[in-house]
Design a protein around this ligand. Structure first.
Ligand SMILES: C[S@@+](CC[C@H](N)C(=O)[O-])C[C@H]1O[C@@H](n2cnc3c(N)ncnc32)[C@H](O)[C@@H]1O
Length: 185
């Protein structure tokens, strides 16, 4: 199983840089549908993705048709759009034999209407109030991707890690002392 974040014609380098960082941290493939609104080595994008750009698998596609033409029978496509009335959190993303492709729209105009109509039952909404027009692109990616990963039990990711300067290390020692004391030792 592989998760893919697909960005349709992204415009803002800082968003794509942030998304690249999230993809690097979650072993997610980043698919970019051209044209992009920036050069891939743009300083702003690198700054947003810090040192992580070379740790993410990036696949570039000439256009939407090129991307769609490469999908196979095991690939599950989801279009992430506020116009849907299907809640993204109510979909099952846990089939290990499938690859999940989450397609996000351009910062200004979202996804093309024809594409959304063609795959109508595949559109998903992130619930939100009408105080805002929509969520930020990079935040939308994190919301949907982390729900898929949660359902996949964060497979392949570290749920804990030993750090040299562990800020909670003393807490662990204190709490295990506390538990020993409760046990009457
Ligand atoms: C800044 S929004 C662009 C909104 C654009 N005006 C539109 O009509 O979709 C960028 C992308 O974030 C995602 N997004 C933002 N808010 C969302 C929501 N509430 N539900 C689903 N996707 C959302 C969509 O993929 C959207 O295309």
């Amino acid at each position: 199983m592989t998760n893919h974040v697909v960005l349709y014609e992204p415009l803002m380098p800082a968003n794509t840089g942030n998304i690249a960082r999230t993809c690097a941290g979650t072993n997610t493939v980043l698919d970019l549908i051209e044209p992009l609104g920036f050069q891939i080595d743009n300083k702003k994008m690198k700054r947003a993705g810090l040192d992580y750009w070379d740790r993410v698998e990036v696949r570039r596609h000439d256009d939407l048709a090129d991307f769609l033409g490469k999908l196979g029978p095991q690939d599950e496509l989801y279009l992430i759009s506020k116009f849907s009335s299907r809640n993204y959190a109510e979909v099952d993303y846990s089939a290990t034999e499938k690859n999940y492709y989450f397609v996000f729209g351009k910062e200004t105009t979202g996804l093309p209407e024809t594409f959304m109509r063609e795959y109508e039952e595949r559109n998903l909404r992130i619930p939100m109030s009408d105080n805002i027009r929509c969520y930020n692109l990079a935040n939308s990616v994190a919301i949907v991707l982390l729900e898929a990963l949660r359902q996949q039990h964060f497979a392949g990711l570290e749920t804990t890690h030993h750090y040299e300067n562990d800020k909670l290390k003393d807490n662990y020692q204190r709490s295990s002392r506390y538990e020993r004391n409760l046990g009457g030792e």
